[in-house]
Design a binder for this molecule. Structure first.
Ligand code: NAD
Length: 494
């Protein structure tokens, strides 16, 4: 096998870029490491300004033909990509697990089927996309969604292919060409997606994948004046850099960022449900943007809640993400583990109490951090205000509904909120006051691609999903046509 490929769990992955329908190497590479055991997974092409330029040029060149491809044909190709994802589901699941350390069973049963669904959903939605024509003094207004041009899509490592295709699918459906830059800590499934798209018959240059570091190839891409849209999922500091780069070219952008979402448990809640939902927040070793990491419990039930939570969390199995029995895998990278532990150490130094966990898992070693619940934390403390992005939850109490809402809204984020209550009217009252892109009542992580998705405040800018995605990825046009034989009036109306 040449230096341009790596074979993992029997799957051959090309480690080069995919630009203009060809594999392209870079002079330099970086080593991709598995969070499961620290083993090297491959030497990945390290792109820079040259590769960014080539990818944007390829996307520009391919744009007219793809944009002019009839909707039905675009939809057919997206379904063919979904077929390819389904055919290679096991390969994708195994490679993703090695690369980002999330559970193999989740990749098989939840994540990769959702990747295929991303393509099918936006293919079907494209065929239904229309706005009713309307009339203005006899003139017809017709709204159309025109392809915008080359789109740069930049994605994080916590759900690499799911988050990438949540952007790639609508961008392609809309008739755009794409340059995908996956995260450098989990670059592999994006390369497999390029293979799948090519096999599905996608024209060369319509989907390009460039590998490398954010500060190098990522920054060159988002600064490029020929890019017509930037969609980014990642952290707030990176979003600010990207927004500044986009501002220089007035490139429209969509930002899906971090969170510090609350889980509100009222005394009238089904306590078993509340505990299940709270423990679920350790999913993906806490590396989920939507995770409700701040558990806010009504004082009168906090003792019982904590007891049941502790008992349930104690049953979580931490270990190799490939084992069916594992509930919690490793965190992504030594730097991330250090960051998580730093947050916990500082919180403990400031007087927090670890109800459970509070340290790396010394028995397992490597990148495993014990599921942690910190109590006695102040609302203005770092661990309550900042996103940890690890298996670390905080526990606070409230006495009234108003206090619950105040605490829930009192961070700079606004991605999601979950409340558990047996009182429907309370649910409506509280929901109306919460600042969040998504609110779940007595449930968590129920997602529908027809629904708007995004964050308020520092959790994001814009919404994607259903029509919102097409509004973002298209140049929406209104065409006003005069009736036959009509004479333009001298005075125009606003
Ligand atoms: P990150 O911001 O460090 O990196 C994200 C991506 O941006 C990577 O591909 C990186 O290479 C690239 N990048 C870095 N600097 C860049 C630059 N100057 N120009 C262009 N690209 C650049 O984020 P991360 O650590 O990979 O991901 C974790 C974050 O993502 C968390 O904050 C999490 O909450 C957030 N997230 C949000 C959502 C959501 O939908 N709201 C979903 C998942 C993750």
């Amino acid at each position: 096998m040449s230096e341009h490929f790596t074979t993992l769990a029997g799957v051959v992955v090309d480690t080069r870029h995919w630009i203009g329908g060809e594999r392209v190497a870079s002079a330099e590479t970086f080593t991709d490491i598995s969070p499961i055991d620290g083993s090297p997974l491959g030497e990945i092409a390290r792109g820079g300004a040259v590769e960014a330029e080539a990818a944007v040029a390829a996307a520009r060149a391919a744009f007219p033909e793809w944009a002019a491809t009839p909707r039905a044909e675009r939809a057919r190709i997206l379904h063919a990509i979904a077929d390819g994802v389904e055919k290679r589901l096991e390969d994708l699941a195994r490679v993703e697990t090695l690369d980002n350390g999330a559970l193999l069973r989740s990749h098989r049963r939840g994540v990769m089927p959702r990747v295929a669904h991303n393509f099918r959903f936006f293919a079907d939605w494209l065929l239904k996309l229309e706005h009713e024509d309307f009339e203005t003094r006899g003139h017809t207004n017709h709204v159309s969604w025109d392809p915008a041009g080359p789109c740069v899509l930049i994605t994080p490592w916590n759900a690499p292919l799911m988050l990438a295709t949540w952007k790639v699918a609508p961008a392609l459906a809309a008739g755009n060409t794409v340059i995908l830059k996956p995260a450098e800590w989990s670059p592999l499934t994006a390369s497999l997606l390029a293979d799948i798209a090519a096999e599905a018959g996608l024209l060369a240059g319509v989907l390009n994948v460039v590998q490398g570091y954010g500060a190098e190839v990522g920054s060159a891409l988002v600064s490029h004046p020929d890019v017509r849209r930037i969609s980014f999922t990642g952290s707030v500091p990176t979003a600010k850099r990207i927004a500044a780069a986009a501002a220089a070219n007035l490139t429209p952008l969509s930002l899906e960022l971090g969170g510090k979402s609350p889980l509100l448990v009222f005394a009238d809640a089904d306590l078993d449900l509340a505990v299940d939902l709270a423990v679920e927040q350790y999913d993906n070793a806490g590396q989920v943007c939507l995770a409700a990491t701040r558990i806010l419990v009504e004082s009168s039930i906090v003792e019982e809640f904590t007891e049941r939570f502790t008992a349930k969390a104690a049953r979580l199995v931490q270990g190799d993400s490939r084992d069916e029995a594992t509930d919690l895998g490793p965190n992504i990278h030594p730097r991330q583990l250090e960051k998580i532990d730093g947050f916990v150490r500082r919180a403990l130094d400031a007087g927090a109490r670890a109800v459970i966990g509070g340290e790396p898992n010394a028995e397992l070693g490597g990148l495993f951090y014990r599921p942690t619940l910190l109590a006695d934390v102040a609302q203005d403390s770092e661990v309550v205000q900042e996103e940890v992005f690890g298996p670390v939850l905080t526990l606070q109490t409230f006495d009234t509904e108003q206090e619950a809402v105040r605490l829930a809204n009192d961070t700079r984020f606004g991605l999601a909120a979950t409340l558990v209550t047996g009182d429907r009217e309370r649910a409506e009252r509280v929901t109306a006051q919460l600042v969040a892109g998504t609110v779940w009542v007595n449930c968590f992580f129920v997602r529908d691609l027809r629904a708007p998705f995004g964050g308020s405040r520092h959790s994001g800018v814009g919404r994607e999903g259903g029509n919102w995605s097409f509004d973002f990825y298209c140049d929406v046009k209104n065409t006003v046509t005069a009736p036959k034989g009509w004479q333009q009036e001298v005075t125009r109306h606003g």
